[in-house]
Write a protein that binds this ligand. Structure first.
Ligand code: SF4
Ligand code: SF4
Length: 242
């Protein structure tokens, strides 16, 4: 499950999924974050990806990580562009042994990220870091279309969860299959206001709010018709079947 704790980011990447990621982006508040943790527990999610925007822009990132650790999630991953490591205070907090069980995934592909972190790459050595220097898959979204970036594969990011949910009819079972069988940890995606989307883009259809009953969310997921990606579920499934 992705928790987008902020829309703030100063990077302005041409390939960003989040069209409203900007230097003035808003933050998730603490009560919404706690509701997210309760929702993730109800869905029996094991993995949380703390994302944004740039999560290190959130003034309560480390408080949120403590809340998630105390709630007992086995895997907590922070997805960052890595620029925080130039800030000694933030870097020292991230490397504090208190956060030894949190993984920091640093993605900074110089084809798309205007500010690269190559000069501080040595800061990301060791088992708590996962450094991605070349993105393998870029999905079609607002910015990639506007910036004419070639996307691959031709699939919508909601395909797996929608297909599996339509088979099993239960959100918790679908999430367990995604995590345990397909090793996919990024669905659903929760926005800064607590709204729930089945894909990771701003344009994704919202199936409810983390404070809603699971049955209501499941009914919305069952009824959803979104094809804003202009890629049919059948076309996406054909890709995933390869
Ligand atoms: S660093 Fe991440 S959130 Fe910020 S613009 Fe780039 S892809 Fe988007
Ligand atoms: S925009 Fe619609 S079709 Fe595309 S990934 Fe999101 S929910 Fe799926």
């Amino acid at each position: 499950m992705i928790l987008r704790i902020t829309n703030k980011c100063t990077m302005g990447c041409s390939h960003c999924f989040i069209d409203n990621a900007s230097p003035t982006g808003s933050h998730m508040d603490e009560s919404t974050f706690i509701e997210c943790l309760c929702f993730a527990k109800k869905c029996q999610a094991k993995s949380l990806i703390i994302s944004g925007g740039e999560p290190f822009e959130h003034p309560k990132l480390f408080d949120f990580l403590r809340l998630a650790m105390n709630a007992g999630f086995p895997a907590i991953i922070v997805a960052t562009n890595g620029t925080f490591a130039s800030n000694e205070n933030l870097y020292n907090q991230a490397t504090n042994p208190e956060f030894n069980n949190v993984m920091f995934q640093v993605t900074n592909d110089s084809r798309f990220y205007p500010q690269n972190v190559n000069s501080i790459k040595s800061k990301f050595e060791g088992k708590k870091w996962f450094f991605i220097q070349r993105i393998q898959k870029i999905h079609r979204c607002n910015r990639t279309e506007k910036n004419k970036i070639i996307t691959d594969p031709p699939t919508s990011t909601c395909c797996n969860i929608r297909s599996i949910f339509n088979e099993v009819k239960k959100l918790d079972v679908a999430i367990q299959i995604l995590e345990n069988v397909l090793q996919k940890f990024c669905k659903p995606s929760i926005n800064t206001d607590g709204s729930i989307a089945v894909g990771e883009k701003d344009t994704c259809f919202k199936i409810g709010h983390v404070s809603d009953d699971i049955e209501r969310i499941e009914a919305m997921l069952h009824a959803m018709q979104c094809d804003n990606c202009n890629i049919s579920i059948q076309e996406s499934r054909r890709y995933h079947a390869k």
